[in-house]
Design a protein around this ligand. Structure first.
Ligand code: FAD
Length: 403
């Protein structure tokens, strides 16, 4: 059966696109071979706290992007993010104000969450709301062809990621060998799952970029990767799990093998923090290929409430992070480059013209974060651009049906 919209990717960008397309009256199929990075999103940026504004959010994002952001995408991200403040039941303090964290790269506290698990929370809600309204298909798309005004998507017959898919979805899946749709939304995430030491699942290997290129799309910043400065190296039970850098604004610091503090600047960006850590290791002051992330300066009650997951996870591995430092190293975390889109999420060719019927959102795209992403901006990106992509794809499918 031919659908109006085919969404490739089952992370937040994909589900958000599916939601918007269904709301616009389109028939939607969503394909995924795993849950991607989205369930890991702790918090995301919404510029509604004291002293904050859309303009400050734009300025922070452009500055952090090291001159390589697409300004139109950044403006869309920051302006559209304001509506998220009223869309979700965000965590609030006793006085009713939003409980805001300050990510590295933000001038003011801006990160909101729901129990520090907004990614998993939003995915669960979208799947509940869309149950029975979206055809969910399990598998890995390896070919996407455009023929006679429709897209044909073909699956990897080896289904090598079926195990991941089983683990990450509780929905019932339909099995197919190919799918046909009037329009397609690429929401396949990034490629950091390819690296040996990364906090991404292995299914994230940049498939969407290959699919887009096969249809003539332009790709930008192909070697741009955001390293997360503080990914756990040991003990084995926590290896590969990032420790949240917002702790740096609450008293945490870095220490080398000599116990010396070397935090470059509490307001440093993720790229500067990673460079400082790597420089320390290169100078022979590292510890087993990493450095210490010392959160003992963060009040224990703050650690136990705001960072309960970290405290619990390390405690289960025999480390009391209120008293002992954590061994961390930078690891590939987010793909910054990707498919070129405009602010309507239309996928563009190298000459700037859109590939008819093809849209993209989320980590598969490039340009939103430039060469350095502010913590929390990816969560905002997937909700904002996922919605735009779904809405635009639904509209385009109507035009493609018109006689
Ligand atoms: C540990 C961790 C913590 C993070 N925490 C935060 C945070 O707190 N705040 C923040 O802003 N950002 C955070 N990020 C970044 C953020 O998680 C991602 O940038 C974001 O989730 C990307 O969403 P997405 O929907 O674009 O892709 P993903 O969520 O990665 O989803 C991609 C989807 O595409 C599917 N897929 C891929 N290829 C194919 C194919 N060929 N066929 C079919 N399906 C395919 C995948 O299986 C998956 O379903 C974190 C990242 C990590 C790794």
């Amino acid at each position: 059966m031919e659908n109006d919209v085919l969404v490739i990717g089952g992370g937040l960008a994909g589900w958000r696109a599916a939601e918007a397309a269904v709301q616009a009256g389109a028939s939607v199929a969503l394909v995924a071979n795993g849950a991607g990075n989205s369930p890991e999103i702790h918090a995301l940026n919404v510029p509604v706290g004291p002293g904050d504004s859309v303009d400050l959010f734009i300025a922070d994002t452009l500055r952090s992007g090291r001159g390589a952001c697409d300004r139109a995408l950044v403006e869309t991200l920051c302006r559209e993010s304001v509506a998220l403040a009223d869309e979700f039941p965000w965590d609030r303090g006793p006085d009713g104000s939003l409980d805001l964290l300050q990510p590295v790269g933000c001038s003011v506290p801006r990160c909101v969450s729901i129990g520090h698990h907004i990614g998993a929370w939003a995915l669960a809600k979208l799947k509940r709301d869309l149950a029975g309204k979206v055809e969910v298909v399990r598998g890995r798309i390896v070919t996407l062809r455009a023929e006679d005004g429709v897209f044909h998507a073909e699956f990897d017959s080896h289904a090598e990621n079926a195990e991941n898919a089983e683990r990450s979805h509780s929905l019932r899946f339909t099995l197919h060998s190919s799918l046909v749709a009037k329009t397609a939304v690429l929401a396949t995430g990034g490629w950091c799952g390819k690296y040996a030491f990364s906090d991404n699942p292995p299914e994230l290997r940049g498939d969407g970029i290959a699919l887009a290129r096969s249809l003539g799309a332009a790709v930008r910043d192909r070697d741009a990767v955001q390293y997360e400065p503080t990914v756990a190296l040991a003990p084995a039970a926590v290896r590969g799990i990032p420790v949240i850098t917002t702790m740096l604004h609450e008293g945490a610091t870095f220490r080398n093998a000599l116990g010396e503090e070397f935090l470059p600047d509490r307001h440093a960006n993720k790229d500067e923090l990673s460079r400082a850590i790597l420089a320390e290791i290169a100078a022979g002051r590292g510890v087993d290929g990493g450095v210490w992330f010392d959160a003992t300066g963060v009040p224990a009650d703050v650690l136990r409430t705001r960072y309960a997951d970290t405290v619990r996870r390390y405690a289960a591995a025999g480390v009391d992070v209120t008293r002992e430092p954590m061994l961390v190293a930078p690891a590939p975390h987010t793909s910054l480059g990707g498919v070129v889109i405009d602010a309507r999420c239309r996928v563009l060719r190298p000459d700037g013209s859109p590939v008819p019927g093809l849209f993209a959102a989320g980590e598969v795209t490039g340009g939103v974060h430039g060469l350095n992403r502010i913590g929390g901006n990816a969560g905002t990106e997937v909700l904002v651009f996922g919605r735009i992509a779904g809405r635009e794809a639904a509209c385009a499918s109507c035009r493609r049906s018109a006689p």
